[in-house]
Write a protein that binds this ligand. Structure first.
Ligand code: IMP
Length: 429
């Protein structure tokens, strides 16, 4: 049974948690392949609002195994806090598994994240300060500590003795920050490892066994294509690979084992942190989108930057990921507008270009070319099918599908589970 990959088509916060939760109702396993506690996936049910940072969004379905894959960077204390908070709300976590290969976020990672951001000054990336970048740097620099290392305290202390001198030198000399002691850290993290031990597995083997047994596996990527470390707006990106290919790698799945790639897009665009954003609105409409869409970061609470739907960046993401279906979320946020705009082209120094420039400073100079569509000025939040949506809203979705060259198969009209409308691929919107 081939797997389904869910990715973000913009700069994050598209509603991947909501789509994962919906599809997990019919799945056997949800795998989180990348990112760290920088991510915040929100699912709203009759039991209230759930905000997941590391735990896959399938966990509310008791028949679904949930796997934190090798590509995730895990802060053990934050994972344990998330588990405890979910258990306190009656969520069954007996089917949660954690890859022994996942890298660990240690306290020097957030310390370095903060210090590096400060040093960047006006060029700061606007990271979530969770230690994500420094942890992934250590991973690829082969200085990382992995979950498996936490299960053996004597090996852990040796490993920390190897990596800590460099960290401490940086922290003390360059940043004037506190340093860390290998033995004390090893003791603390071995204790956390002991608490996590019951969850620890060779996740890629579990995932492959599930696929071989014909189980339905969903891969729930964090962040989004335009934040990808290779293809996003570098250096204003995250440090993992939130593409479909990156999701395969982080989950331990080969490209031929996937038949569906669902890209989630908001009906408009948001971005948190610095970096190019051609369709950004600094006016009353931008504020309206922020207010109606409650556009404040799930992890950091920061106000999100808001703007019109960008079909140039969107199509770039759809192509890069081999997207087969699109979910458009938060359509209802646009209900109040007289007219809606879609960016259908970019101009760079007056010349049309059809893909996001590779260099952030050049991308900053890009001017969006808009198509103006009539708004619908009707409440879409009560619609129970795509057919019930106002004609202009359907036309808007049609145009998005046309520009992305991918069918829109799901439409979100509010945060509740019932506010996700489905349609089969191939049918007109
Ligand atoms: P980091 O991943 O914390 O290093 O942050 C790097 C960039 O990615 C910053 O612009 C963050 O705002 C952005 N980012 C990281 N995680 C998320 C997310 O879950 N949603 C939206 N933006 C994110």
């Amino acid at each position: 049974m081939p797997a389904t990959v869910i990715i973000g088509g913009q700069w994050g916060d598209e509603g991947k948690g909501k789509i994962t939760d919906a599809l997990a109702a019919q799945a056997d396993m949800v795998v989180r392949p990348n990112g760290s506690t920088n991510a915040g996936h929100t699912v709203v049910t009759d039991q209230g609002v759930f905000k997941f940072h590391l735990v896959p969004s399938g966990v509310l379905h008791p028949a679904c195994d949930c796997v934190i894959g090798a590509g995730v960077a895990v802060d053990p204390a934050q994972l344990l806090d998330e588990i405890t908070a979910l258990q306190a709300r009656g969520v069954d976590l007996s089917r949660l598994y954690l890859s022994d290969r996942a890298n660990v976020i240690l306290p020097y990672h957030p310390a370095l994240d903060r210090a590096e951001e400060q040093r960047r000054g006006t060029q700061s990336i606007g990271t979530t300060l969770r230690g994500n970048g420094p942890a992934y740097s250590d991973k690829v620099g082969r200085r990382g500590i992995r979950i498996a290392d936490l299960l053996d305290e004597s090996a852990l202390v040796e490993r920390l003795r190897l990596v800590l001198p460099e960290k401490n030198l940086l922290l003390a000399s360059l940043y004037g920050e506190e340093t860390f002691d290998a033995a004390a850290l090893a003791e603390r993290y071995a204790a956390l490892g002991e608490r996590l031990a019951p969850l620890v597995v060779q996740a890629e083997v579990l995932v492959q066994d599930a696929l071989a047994a014909g189980k339905r596996v969903i891969v729930e990527s964090a962040q989004a294509t335009m934040l990808d470390v290779d293809y996003g707006t570098y250096p204003y990106v995250t440090s993992s690979m939130p593409t479909a290919a990156g999701a395969c790698q982080g989950a331990g799945i080969g490209p031929t084992q996937v038949d569906t790639v669902i890209a989630v897009y908001k009906a408009y665009t948001t971005r948190v942190g610095g970096g190019p954003f051609p369709t950004e609105l600094h006016d009353a409409i931008g504020q309206l989108l922020r207010d109606r869409g409650q556009e404040y970061g799930t992890t950091t609470g920061r106000p999100r930057r808001t703007g019109w739907f960008d079909a140039v960046a969107g199509r770039y993401a759809a192509r890069l990921n081999g997207v087969t279906e699109v979910a458009v979320t938060k359509l209802d946020v646009l209900d109040a507008l007289e007219e809606v705009r879609i960016c259908v082209g970019y101009r760079l120094d007056g010349t049309p270009i059809d893909a996001p420039p590779s260099v952030a400073a050049v991308y900053e100079r890009v001017e969006p070319v808009y198509e103006v569509l009539p708004g619908w000025r009707e409440d879409t939040s009560q619609a129970t099918s795509v057919d019930e949506l106002p004609l202009n809203a359907r036309r808007y979705l049609d145009r998005i599908a046309e520009l992305l060259c991918v069918p829109v198969t799901m439409v979100g009209v509010g945060p509740q589970r019932r506010q996700l409308l489905h349609r089969t691929a191939g049918a007109a919107v």
